[in-house]
Design a protein around this ligand. Sequence first.
Ligand code: NDP
Ligand code: 8X3
Length: 256
Amino acid sequence: MSSIRGKWALITGATSGFGKATADLFARNGCNVIITARTAEKLEALSNVLIEKYGVHVLPYCFDVRKLNMCVEMANDLNSREIVPDILINNAGLASGKNKIHEGLISDWEAMIDTNVKGLLYMTRTILPMMVERNEGHIINIGSTAGHLVYPEGNVYNASKFAVKALNEAINLDLVGTNIRCCSVDPGAAETNFSVVRFHGDEEKAKKVYEGYKPLQAEDVADIIYYVVSAPAHVNITSLVVYPTAQRSVYVWDKK
Ligand code: NDP
Ligand code: 8X3
């Protein structure tokens, strides 16, 4: 396995769930982190904790991945500091709402498509050229099992994650001949703030999603991402699906 010590990882959506657990694990292993999200106080707090606990370099950027100009601004700032991310983790994303398609809210659809698809594209388009110039780098796209099988009322979230799967494959094809690797990490049910966001802040409804079985934890997914980026340079894990043991498919569960 290769070490991430002293490298730079850029993690979008780093203040909660998978992103936060990954930032912590990477920093614990000596990796400098560029952390992004929209909530300044959470970013600031995480930045302070990581610096204090692990003594690594931390660069927080507060912006919305749906805004191309902000993604470009961040990339320009990294350029001016002569920092090229070794690892880009396209993690910022959400499900917003869970309705039949004829009852869906257009604002939910726009939030999901603009964040999960366009945000991932904006980040990739601004950071990948730097990696290509160096002929070195690793992109992790956080997809989902929702990008493999559609489920009732998942419609637009499913579509956004199918797009992530397609883009992950496309990025890999277009990078042939370079040393840059690209992997889609696709989890099933994981207990983070995901369902609270999906149900627009309804914590009771969100809690029910994880009742009767042990869901994945954010740290489980961080471990997987760490494994993927630590593989030797000639090993390109292009996709990885992970379910909780009690869930074997989007449709097959063992709930008590
Ligand atoms: P969380 O809600 O816990 O974390 C989401 C993170 O993304 C937060 O830091 C949030 O911070 C940030 N974020 C959301 N929207 C934006 C935006 N427009 N611009 C910048 N940052 C943003 O969810 P998870 O950790 O569970 O989700 C992470 C990814 O994993 C998502 O892509 C999700 O679809 C995917 N996923 C989740 C699964 C699950 O069951 N939990 C399973 C499979 C995939 P802030 O709001 O402050 O910006
Ligand atoms: C999150 C997992 O099953 O809620 O992507 O779609 S699921």
